[in-house]
Write a protein that binds this ligand. Sequence first.
Ligand SMILES: [Zn+2]
Length: 462
Amino acid sequence: MRKICLLLAIGCLAHALASAQLQQLKPGWNLFSMQQDVQLGQEAAAEVERRAAVVHNRDLDDYLNTILHKLEQSPYARTLASDGSRSGLFPFSVHVIYDKNVNAFALPGGPIFIHTALIEAAENEAQLAGVIGHEMSHVVLRHSTNQASKQNLVALPALLAEALVGNSMLGQLAKIGIGLGANSVLLKFSRTDETEADYNGAEIVAGAGYNPLELANFFEKLEAKSGRQNELMQFLSDHPNPGNRVAAVSEEVRYMPRRGYVEDETGKFQHVQDLVQHLSTPGEARATSSDEEHKPSPPGARPSRQLIGYRGKSFSLAYPENWQVHGDTRANTVTIAARDGIVQSANGQPQIGYGLQVSYYSPPKSGAELNRDTQALVRQLKQSNAGMRTGRDPRGIQVGDQPALLTTLYATSPYRGEQEVDALVTVARPEGLFYAIFIAPQSEFEQVQEIFEDVLRSVRFF
Ligand SMILES: [Zn+2]
């Protein structure tokens, strides 16, 4: 009898110690419902399918779904309520994007995308599974919509109410400058988010028999390489290093039940890496002729030479009086477009075809440097717009009495039979890299160039 009590006591003590060391994860404050996370993620995934070179390969998809299915068995893959309880599963999916930049990202509510270069960079299946488990954890902990909620607490409730009555969620968020573009708040996490995603992700992969240390090893390996390789910048800026990832996961492993781990559970990792290395570039011409037929014509009315003032949080400018402002004067982001300048693309997502977008970009490296930061932004824009290319070399100009760069880019226009010209103007500011993109179909660009120059001359910073 005594012996049993003693054993029980030791058991309880061990349990109490372990619980003291286990993090109590809680989802952050959020204006979105879980259902809205799912809706937003599905709309955004459709947008990614349209804009990025998503690979449709049976072997590859089967392989990733096998890993995903293993990871979904973990209780840590389940939704997390504010009282810490877990229930259902978000509708997870994994897809591959053909891209030479090492990257992976999760959209709210479940869709996960992995670049081919990341699969090539992984050393074993456990590292790849680690990335998937980490991304699943951002979804479970709802980091995207938590970040969006914190940054837009004034404007969001009304926009979400609009989305409730059947409007596109992505369309609503576009009004306050939240999209999938450069440095989107939806894809950019804090160091605390990272620590939580590592923690929860380590539990998910360990439950499936993968060594959770490989998750941390992979992140640290990328971090060590990042000084030399621009291709890594976006991943590491979206998933900032919380420091000591390996140490943190090692500590966590001490409190996990002992398990034997294998590096390659399916035995197919080598085959899949081979397959990825030999994928041919998915069609450059993704737009088929039938897509082309469904595109609208460019707006009839030219922008007016009569300009009116717009005052944002840290800058002001003047824009053509027949254009419309989409955005919030308290924000640092605004879209000003011609009537019919925002086009619903084939999948119902809004795209600016004729107008002006102004925002700030947070460069991956600190210490403002106009040339370097502009290059980082251009890389980002190209990543989110398949087929975008640079025209002339960047040119030095002045905007609001500050040195600025003018970079000309070309892309596919949402208007029928049109190429698009994107004149990108960047200025290094304390808030980040200020940028204005003038977007117009090429056939119109010559005619509106003077108006764009008038708008640029009107820019003031404060
Ligand atoms: Zn992350």
